[in-house]
Ligand binder design. Structure first.
Ligand SMILES: C[S@@+](CC[C@H](N)C(=O)[O-])C[C@H]1O[C@@H](n2cnc3c(N)ncnc32)[C@H](O)[C@@H]1O
Length: 248
């Protein structure tokens, strides 16, 4: 299992993914995590945002609706084409490795990664690159599977895990193939990634269905998205995800 397998999988599954996101097929996103990430970014009030691994662009659109200037990057051309077609942002085909070359003229007030840091080396590269992509005081916001609830029966230690498209049903389920593996990290390991890059962790949020973010109460902003290993439904008492907020 490797970062390349992840990219190959997203190339193969772009089309059903766009449908899944736009048809709101992922329960945990609809119930909890979409509103949670919108709220986490919005409360920092950034003027400019880099949406890293933006997929078909739902989050970029939601943030643009709230007045932010958003740039989205993703390695899959089909996803970027769908994002460009839907509008409300600048979208470019780009792999995380390329961000280490600092390809933008501007520095961003915030970078957001919504269930898009799935790999081992590519995640480390992205977090290392963040301080030079952000302005001084800029924020990196990462929503990912909560290590404690995502660990399952396996040992609580870093390592590659098999992906799965489990949870999709009907015609859509038949269209997904070759699920992306993902690299499990413990909470301690996530914290070390930020520290090694010179970032300071200033907040951790644990969204769950019984902690409804206020963004849920705002007028609808988006069509929503999701990921192969995201929880389809989380028990109300369990965190659906974790959101890390780090600053330069
Ligand atoms: C689960 S999807 C999340 C998409 C989007 N953030 C959302 O909330 O719907 C993960 C995304 O990360 C992108 N991705 C994964 N590894 C990448 C890499 N190394 N470089 C660029 N994009 C990558 C995939 O193409 C995919 O669009």
């Amino acid at each position: 299992m490797s970062d390349n397998n992840i990219i190959q999988s997203w190339h193969r599954n772009a089309s059903p993914w766009i449908s899944a996101v736009r048809e709101q097929q992922i329960e945990s996103r609809k119930a909890v995590t979409d509103a949670a990430i919108i709220e986490a970014v919005t409360e920092l009030a950034p003027a400019s945002v880099l949406d890293v691994g933006c997929g078909e662009g739902w989050l970029a659109r939601a943030l643009a609706m709230r007045g932010m200037q958003v740039t989205g990057i993703d390695v899959v051309p089909e996803l970027i084409a769908a994002a460009q077609q839907a509008g409300d942002g600048e979208f470019q085909v780009m792999a995380y490795d390329a961000l280490m070359l600092h390809p933008f003229e501007q520095r961003f007030d915030a970078m957001v990664c919504n269930f898009s840091l799935i790999g081992e080396q590519s995640t480390a590269a992205l977090i290392q690159a963040a301080p030079r992509l952000l302005r001084s005081g800029g924020k990196l916001i990462v929503q990912t599977l909560h290590p404690v609830t995502a660990c399952g029966d396996e040992a609580y230690q870093d390592g590659w895990r098999q992906g799965s498209w489990q949870g999709f049903s009907g015609d859509l389920a038949d269209q997904f193939t070759d699920p992306a593996p993902w690299y499990f990290r413990t909470l301690e390991s996530w914290q070390a990634l930020f520290a090694d890059a010179g970032l300071t962790l200033i907040g951790i949020k644990e969204p769950s269905a019984n902690k409804e973010p206020s963004a849920n109460k705002e007028p609808s902003a988006s069509k929503e998205p999701s990921a192969s290993k995201e929880p389809r439904r989380s028990a109300d008492s369990q965190p659906a995800s974790v959101i890390f907020i780090a600053t330069v």
